[in-house]
Design a protein around this ligand. Structure first.
Ligand code: FES
Length: 71
């Protein structure tokens, strides 16, 4: 997942992935580019639990995802 990449590369993103991918926080909220969605073979679709949690994300938009769910 994108969260795994952040952890594996020890990227300094304060608070990112607080729940370690258990779909309990929204701190891994990212806004992708439209082009990422146009390449469906490269982006797994958001699941129902992810979409429910995204509703609580600040600055939510049509290109929002949770980084811990992007494979
Ligand atoms: Fe908590 Fe993604 S790390 S929802």
């Amino acid at each position: 997942t994108l969260l795994d990449v952040v952890v594996e590369h020890d990227l300094d993103l304060d608070g990112f992935g607080a729940c370690e991918g258990t779909l309990a926080c929204c701190t891994c909220h990212v806004i992708l580019r439209k082009s990422h969605y146009e390449r469906e073979d490269k982006l797994n679709p958001a699941g129902e639990e992810e979409l429910d949690l995204l509703d609580m994300a600040p600055e939510l938009n049509d290109y929002s995802r949770l980084g811990c769910q992007i494979k």
